[in-house]
Design a protein around this ligand. Structure first.
Ligand code: SF4
Length: 467
């Protein structure tokens, strides 16, 4: 039995990609840790497969340089990232474990087009040590910021004595029937096996605060996204229009203004898009986001949660806690039974999973029973099946940013359908759609799996500056 925590699914980090930024960053952190007290004479990084093909657009080069310098993606001041990277590029030196080592990113980060057999996202670090020793480690970034060296999947705790082991939707439903608890209640009891109640609540509220700050920041930031595609940020203009140009300099006042804006379909629909755009514009700008369950899809869950918070019957922090618990468990099941890696399963594994997570959690908050929760998650994923990953120029911008608005709207529609539906009459169930997603991932052509070689990326080829 394998166990993932909701805190493995929700992680605070830096954009634009969980598999191509956060994972490689953590791998570089770990490699650097193993070099403490070793006098390094030279350093090299090789990126394979998808990390090579879309690595520049996804900031993989930046991530490994920051990771080697032991910056923490959760705490780094994101406004300094540009300066740190420019310093390395100018001085051709990188500070690792307290010492400066010659490092020219243009020569010492090597892009290998072929993939390694274990996973399409692989990277190898090589350090030569004074005296001739060599330290070489290969890591695989397997989606959602998870890394492994191919021996054991990080984040999985192999235990059989969890109060309520969950490997599938049917396990989850069985536990809710035994306990009489909602899905969030069952998940909470499992989480309590790993940490205490105060830690869980504090961790969840920190996740929510980070999401909120990200939405606020995105709604107050304008200009052109980095990377060379000249994509204009849109969230601020939309937010300004929706608030009739009224400006607020703090989050509570701003939220209050949104809550009291007209509750008609068109306005609410625009706000949902605005929230999702804001997060993914921040993500594309290497801003601070919550991986949920990936960075490319980081806007879906905040947009749906903000929808509930601003326009539904928000009752207090317990709603946020329950939303994160339920959505997190749905994400865990997809990770265990299918994939949350676009390099393995295309965009159905990112936007599809985030939409399913959001749909299920919203349904519980709206009063749906556990079967309706999974019915909503099933509907949301069903209508993302086969969705390919084809980011133009390898940047997490087009179609990624708008795609988050679609994932959020589909989640809300799926939730409302489930609330009006009877799961007993459903022909497709949640576990069936998880399996179908995985089958589809395996059948999907390689070029649609985060390579920027298919779809929109193929029909709109662009050559971006390699910096
Ligand atoms: S197309 Fe989807 S999976 Fe691919 S990078 Fe964009 S958001 Fe991620």
């Amino acid at each position: 039995m394998e166990r993932l925590s909701i805190f493995d699914i929700y992680k605070i980090g830096v954009g634009p990609s969980s598999s191509h930024t956060l994972g490689p960053w953590k791998a570089a952190n770990r490699f650097a840790l193993g070099l403490v007290d070793k006098p390094i004479t030279s350093l090299q990084v090789r990126l394979f497969g998808s990390l090579s093909k879309t690595g520049v657009g996804h900031g993989t080069d930046i991530a490994v340089m920051l990771g080697l310098q032991s910056f923490d993606p959760e705490t780094i001041d994101t406004t300094n990232i540009d300066a740190y990277i420019q310093k390395i590029r100018t001085e051709k030196k990188l500070r690792i474990t307290g010492a400066d080592v010659d490092f020219n990113p243009a020569l010492q980060i090597i892009y290998e087009k072929h993939a390694l057999p274990y996973h399409p996202n692989a990277l190898t670090f090589r350090a030569e040590i004074e005296g001739g020793d060599v330290v070489e480690e290969t890591y695989y970034s397997i989606g959602g910021g998870f890394i492994t060296q191919g021996k054991e999947k990080e984040g999985f705790i192999h235990i059989n004595d969890l109060p309520f082991p969950v490997e599938s939707g049917s396990d989850l439903i069985a536990h809710t029937e035994t306990t009489g608890q909602p899905i969030s209640g069952v998940v909470m009891r499992n989480e309590l096996y790993l940490r205490n109640k105060d830690e869980i609540r504090a961790g969840v509220l920190r996740i929510f605060d980070t999401m909120l700050e990200c939405v606020y920041q995105g709604c107050h930031s304008e200009g052109i996204l980095p990377g060379g595609l000249n994509v204009k940020k849109r969230a601020k203009a939309l937010c300004d229009r929706l608030l009739d140009g009224r400006q607020f300099d703090n989050i509570p006042d701003w939220l209050e203004a949104i809550k009291t804006s007209p509750h008609n379909f068109s306005t609410i629909n625009k706000w949902i898009s605005c929230f999702a755009l804001a997060v993914n514009e921040e993500n594309a700008s290497l801003g601070r986001v919550v991986t949920s369950p990936t960075n490319g899809a980081a806007g879906v869950i905040p947009a749906v949660l903000m929808y509930y918070y601003c326009f539904c019957d928000y009752k207090g922090e317990d709603d946020i806690l329950n939303f994160i618990l339920t959505s997190g468990e749905i994400g865990c099941i997809f990770k265990k039974r299918a994939t949350i890696s676009a390099a393995v399963g295309g965009c159905q594994a990112e936007i599809g999973v985030s939409s399913a997570m959001a749909a299920g959690a919203l349904t519980e908050l709206l009063g749906g029973d556990p079967e309706q929760v999974l019915m909503a998650a099933e509907i949301a994923m069903e209508h993302h099946l086969g969705l390919t990953c084809d980011p133009i120029g390898g940047l997490v911008q087009i179609p990624c940013i708008e795609r988050n608005t679609m994932g959020a709207i589909k989640a809300i529609t799926a939730s409302h359908l489930a609330m009006e539906g009877n799961p007993k009459n459903a022909i497709v169930n949640f576990d069936m759609v998880v399996k179908t997603m995985w089958d589809t991932a395996q059948d999907m052509h390689e070029k649609y799996k985060e390579t920027a070689e298919g779809g929109l990326a193929f029909n709109l080829p662009v050559v971006l500056p390699n910096c």
